[in-house]
Design a protein around this ligand. Sequence first.
Ligand code: CO
Length: 223
Amino acid sequence: MCAKLETQPTEHITYEGLLEGNKEWVAGTLAEDPGYFDRLAAGQKPPIMWIGCSDSRVPANHITNTNPGDIFVHRNIANVVVHTDMNMLSVLDYAVNVLQVEHVIVCGHYGCGGVEAALGTKQHGIIDNWLRNIKDIYRLHYHELDIISDHKKRCDRLVELNVIEGVFNLTKSSIVQNRWGSGKKLGIHGWVYSLNTGLIKDLNVSCEANDHLSSVFRMDQMM
Ligand code: CO
């Protein structure tokens, strides 16, 4: 693991600085492991797919102490999982059916600006249409959310519910159901990362079969 341990973001990042940083990283990596890039270039076989928030403070490899080649990553604002997102579906299909990952993890994070914005009424532009997906989750769970008086705690609970609904949306997808129907192992999991502690909380909503779904969501296998 070659992750840096700075506690503050790099000061004044520039375009040129990124390219310089890249050269330094290559030189340092090769000095430590001359075969590193040859091995990575040979191909990937990550066992995990990750659906996370685009937030710059939640990089999948860094916070799980893993390396390039370990996790196939999809990120969007507020780690939304909806069936009309061709980008997410394409990543999921490739991960499950080509890379044959064994686990898909939806990982949200407390303090998510996208989730907080979805609980508000201020207009932010085109992103409001994306965040409407989270307002739909509020609509499903408003009885629980409206009795939480503390705004931060209400946001944090909606972060968790957004992950839980994301997990369920994955399990309802034909991609995941066909995988299960073929008898192959595939676990779908929901986690939340804490920016304050760096720790990940497992929401214990893992699914490895569609038997928890009501019958209308259990799809017949294609002949
Ligand atoms: Co976020």
